[in-house]
Design a protein. Structure first.
Length: 221
């Protein structure tokens, strides 16, 4: 079973992306999600529904897509599911987010009905959350009118080892002398965002020490 849902919010794509990259935020929309715990290869999600189960969750992402892979492969009840969020460029201050929900498991007709119900309630909650997140980010940045990350050009992307981080951060710093450069780093468990401007570090979200190899890197200018 696969269903697609569209959301419209008055927030920049990078604000939406930061919010959706945190799986704990998804807990607000589905009351059956009771607990989320970090493990070495992702998260464990505890669900209390027609039955109580523990699901394995992994996150993968690109510049425009965030995908949560959800699976239960052991025991009598087997489930394979995914939540794929695609974030489109803003038009007229409106950002469209498309959620494609895939589910392969027991009680598909019930799951479909509940997914539709969660969407009807959740789209208004999502609008409210995005308005709040947008205001918080504007207050933290203290700067308006800057080009958004989604409008910046990707000048490098790939996989690197942790011992190569210093080299790539130095490259980003040099390139920022005449323009803003943003470096996004992730090892699938953690995501770090670093901003350089005028040859200096001006903002950082996350701790580099939390990363482990291999690391996905995006450098945008």
């Amino acid at each position: 079973m696969e269903k697609a849902y569209d959301f419209e919010v008055e927030a920049p794509p990078e604000v939406v992306r930061d919010y959706l990259m945190n799986p704990e935020n998804l807990m607000k929309y589905i009351p059956h999600f009771k607990d989320l715990k970090r493990v070495d290869d992702g998260w464990e999600l505890y669900v209390s529904w027609l039955f109580t189960i523990k699901l394995k969750v992994k996150r993968v992402f690109t510049n425009t897509d965030i995908i949560y892979l959800v699976e239960k492969s052991e025991g009598l009840i087997k489930i394979k599911s995914s939540l794929r969020f695609t974030i489109f460029p803003s038009k007229g201050g409106i950002t469209i987010v498309r959620l494609v929900f895939f589910y392969d498991g027991p009680f598909e007709s019930i799951v479909k009905g509940q997914a539709d119900a969660f969407y009807r309630k959740g789209k208004e909650v999502f609008k409210t959350e995005m308005t709040k997140e947008k205001r918080i980010q504007e207050e933290q940045n203290g700067v308006k009118g800057e080009v958004s990350i989604y409008e910046m050009k990707t000048i490098f992307s790939g996989k690197i080892n942790k011992d190569e981080l210093e080299k790539y951060l130095e490259i980003a710093m040099v390139k920022s002398v005449n323009s803003t450069v943003v470096v996004i780093l992730s090892d699938e468990r953690n995501i770090i965002e670093i901003k350089f401007k005028g040859g200096e570090l001006v903002a950082q979200k996350g701790d580099l020490d939390s990363l482990s190899s291999p690391i996905t890197i995006l450098i945008k200018q």
